[in-house]
Design a protein. Sequence first.
Length: 365
Amino acid sequence: MPFEMKMTDNQIVDGLRDLYGSEFTAADIRGFCASNDISYQTVTKRLKQYNVSKGKWNLEVTKETVKELEVSYSSPAAMPAIEQNLIPEKDDTFVKFGNFNDVKKIISSRLFYPSFITGLSGNGKTFSVEQACAQLGRELIRVNITVETDEDDLIGGFRLVNGDTVWHNGPVIEALERGAILLLDEIDLASNKILCLQSILEGKGVFLKKIGKRIEPASGFNIIATANTKGKGSDDGRFIGTNVLNEAFLERFPVTFEQEYPTPANEVKILQGVANDLNVVAPDFCKRLVDWADIIRKTFYDGGIEEVISTRRLVHVIRAYSIFTDKKKALEVCTNRFDDETKSSFMELYDKVDVDFQLDQEEEV
């Protein structure tokens, strides 16, 4: 029988903590045992109280603590998500285009396959994911990411409810437990605090240290992220506030889809659908708007201008037209967001595209 160096419980705990921190796995313990001539069985037996799940140990949480916390915080949220219907509503104005079919196939597969969708603002990235879930009857939990988004916002934390401190699941945990699609919208605005999702992006679930509970992903859970950039920042300054995301974080997304604006034919269908929904009869106006936006986008891609008209902006124009019943007014209020020079050039261009449209003479100067 091989000689085994005697170590106290405290020496084992301190040694493991020095090497691996408060959380470690069976592989870590085996490495520790090999370095200290002590058997794996001996160490795991002495660490029994810290064994929080299969192959997982946490020196900050004992089994007794876990049991107490699970009893105290068995109600995960102030408003249980089970009472809510998280399946998006189908939108009759939706027109599928671009990567829609591919995204829908991924969601339909129910496999865990994180997907990253990038593209310019207002080209239907989020809307496409919502409508794919609506068509498939899948629950969707959408989180709008900002630079301030932290672990408590995503994973959850303690909240004061009716005078009691209770654990409240964050959207990530709700999606994990429900097997829902988690949509991380505008993820390129995130800081490094988003790295708390690393293990979840590997499909491994997460251990909630604050309540000593491990959450495993339910069948069908998946993550889809949208962004205006590819997570490398915005070199041209168009998307101020976007950040360079950690390379290891980005590597956990197997596929990246580049979303373009719809083709002119599809974009006309989109605008006509919105117009019909608003009881507006304006087929020629829809066509002219698409022609106008197409010219602007081509000029933008060629580097001739710094602004672009998005599909969302065209929808805004149709909605404004339904309110004001005036093309010029609708275009003006929806292009006011641009600087005066850009707005003026856009309005002049539309005047050339639509023969029935007339700018005031003083506005053309």
